[in-house]
Ligand binder design. Structure first.
Ligand SMILES: [Zn+2]
Length: 60
């Protein structure tokens, strides 16, 4: 990871991030905490969906 690896936009809302205004969580950047909360809720919902879509492991 070199210079410029920081994204210029909020992962959640796509708002442009300024140098002093960004919020880093779980390898992603957001413009504010609220966006992280929103995005993490979305991600966990998708993860739960993906989890339930998985075939149940065959019990022996
Ligand atoms: Zn945002």
């Amino acid at each position: 990871m070199g210079i410029g690896s920081r994204p210029a936009m909020c992962t959640s809302c796509g708002k442009r991030l300024t140098r002093k205004q960004w919020y880093y969580r779980n390898g992603q950047y957001f413009c504010k905490r609220r966006c992280w909360v929103k995005e993490s809720a979305k991600v966990s919902a998708e993860a739960a969906k993906a989890e339930s879509a998985k075939p149940t492991p065959a019990a022996s």
